[in-house]
Design a protein around this ligand. Structure first.
Ligand code: AN0
Ligand code: CP
Length: 318
C-alpha cells in the first residue's frame, strides 16, 4: 500500500478484516517489520485517540515515532501559493513538507476542514500537498473529508459484535454546540457502503452530506423511523455541507440526542460513537453507560486498524 486516505486504498475488506484479526491475536507479530523505520505524525488539530493508538501501532511494529504539533512550537505555515508572506506566517508548507519527509519513512497527517472554502476542504488541499511533496507514503489521521482509520476501526467493531450476517446500521446526526467537520460521517458512510450491511442515514433537513459519500445509502429524515429495528446506532454531529450553509450549525435540537426513547425502537442495538463525545448533547449518560454501549472497545480497535495500515505501508516500502 502506497497511501491510506480512503476506503479504496485498503482494497478487499474481507482481507483487511482477516489481517485485523491476525493482529488482534498477536499485536507484535510483525515487530521486526518496522526496525529502523521512523513514523512522523503531524497534527494541525487536537487528538487523544489518534495520537495514542497510532503511536502504539507503530510500537507494535517496532518503529520509531516523531510527533509534531504544528500549532504548538512549530512555525506558522502558509498554505496558499502566491501569497506575499508579510503577515504572521513564517514558513511555507511547500518547504515544510519535504523537510519533514526527509526525516522519516511514513507520514500521518491530521488536518481538519477549515470551513473557509468548501472547495479547499473537499479537494483535500493539505493532505494532497503532503502526498505530492513529502516523498513518503502518507496516511490520513482525519483529513478534511474523511477519517479512514476511524471507519476501519468501526468496521472491525461491528464485525466483532454483529449477530446477523447483514446487520442494520443506522448513522444518526445528533446535536453539538460547535461546527464539526463532515469527515467522520462521510468516511463512515463510505466504508458502510463498501459492505453489504443495511445502512441508513438520518438527520434533520439541511444536513444532507455530499452525494458522493451518501452513495446508495437510504436517507430517512424521521429519526425514530430510521432507528426501527437497528442493530447498531452510530451517532455523530456534523455541520451543514450544502452550498450556502457550508460549515454552519443549523440546529441544536436535543430531540435528536440519543436517549432511551431512541434506543427503545431498535433491535436492542449497540451504541457507537468515535469519541470525543459531549454527554447529554450527542447521547445521554444512561445510554453511553449502558451495557449496549461499545464506545470503549470501538476506540480500542483504533490500535488494530492503525497497526494493519502501518504494516501495509511498511510492506509497500520494499
Ligand atoms: C472531531 C470531528 O468531529 O471531526 C474529531 C472526531 C474524531 N471532533 C471534534 O472536533 C469534537
Ligand atoms: N476518534 C478520534 O479520532 O479521536 P481523537 O480526535 O481524540 O484522535
Amino acid at each position: 500500500m502506497k497511501k491510506f486516505t480512503c476506503v479504496q486504498d485498503i482494497g478487499d475488506l474481507h482481507a483487511a478484516l482477516a489481517e485485523a484479526t491476525e493482529i488482534k491475536n498477536d499485536r507484535f507479530k510483525y515487530v521486526e517489520l518496522g526496525r529502523n523505520k521512523t513514523l512522523m505524525m503531524v497534527f494541525f488539530n487536537s487528538s487523544l485517540r489518534t495520537r495514542l493508538s497510532t503511536q502504539k501501532a507503530a510500537l507494535n511494529l517496532g518503529m520509531n515515532v516523531i510527533v509534531l504539533d504544528i500549532n504548538q512550537g512549530a512555525w506558522k505555515l502558509e498554505t496558499e501559493r502566491g501569497v506575499i508572506m508579510d503577515g504572521d506566517k513564517s514558513e511555507h508548507i511547500l518547504e515544510a513538507i519535504p523537510v519533514m519527509g526527509s526525516y522519516c519513512d511514513l507520514i500521518g497527517v491530521r488536518s481538519f476542514a477549515r470551513f473557509e472554502s468548501r472547495d479547499f476542504d473537499y479537494q483535500e488541499t493539505i493532505l494532497n500537498q503532503f502526498i505530492q511533496y513529502s516523498g513518503r507514503p502518507v496516511f490520513s489521521m482525519e483529513a478534511a473529508t474523511r477519517h479512514p482509520l476511524q471507519s476501519f476501526a468501526d468496521l472491525i467493531t461491528i464485525e466483532e459484535y454483529k449477530q446477523t450476517a447483514r446487520p442494520k446500521v443506522v448513522m444518526t446526526w445528533a446535536p453539538h454546540p460547535n461546527a464539526l467537520p463532515q469527515a467522520v460521517p462521510n468516511s463512515f458512510a463510505e466504508w458502510m457502503n463498501a459492505t453489504d450491511y443495511d445502512f441508513v442515514i438520518t438527520h434533520p433537513h439541511g444536513y444532507e452530506l455530499a452525494p458522493e459519500f451518501v452513495g446508495n445509502a437510504r436517507v430517512e429524515y424521521d429519526q425514530l423511523k430510521a432507528l426501527e429495528g437497528a442493530d447498531f446506532v452510530y451517532a455523530k454531529n456534523w455541520s451543514a455541507y450544502t452550498d450556502g450553509n457550508y460549515g454552519k450549525v443549523l440546529s441544536r435540537d436535543r430531540n435528536w440526542t440519543v436517549g432511551e426513547r431512541q434506543m427503545a425502537v431498535t433491535n436492542n442495538a449497540y451504541f457507537m460513537h468515535c469519541l470525543p463525545v459531549r454527554r447529554n448533547m450527542i447521547v445521554t449518560d444512561d445510554v453511553i453507560e449502558s451495557p449496549r454501549s461499545i464506545v470503549i472497545p470501538e476506540a480500542a480497535n483504533r490500535e488494530i486498524s492503525a497497526t494493519v495500515v502501518l504494516k501495509r505501508l511498511l510492506e509497500g516500502l520494499k
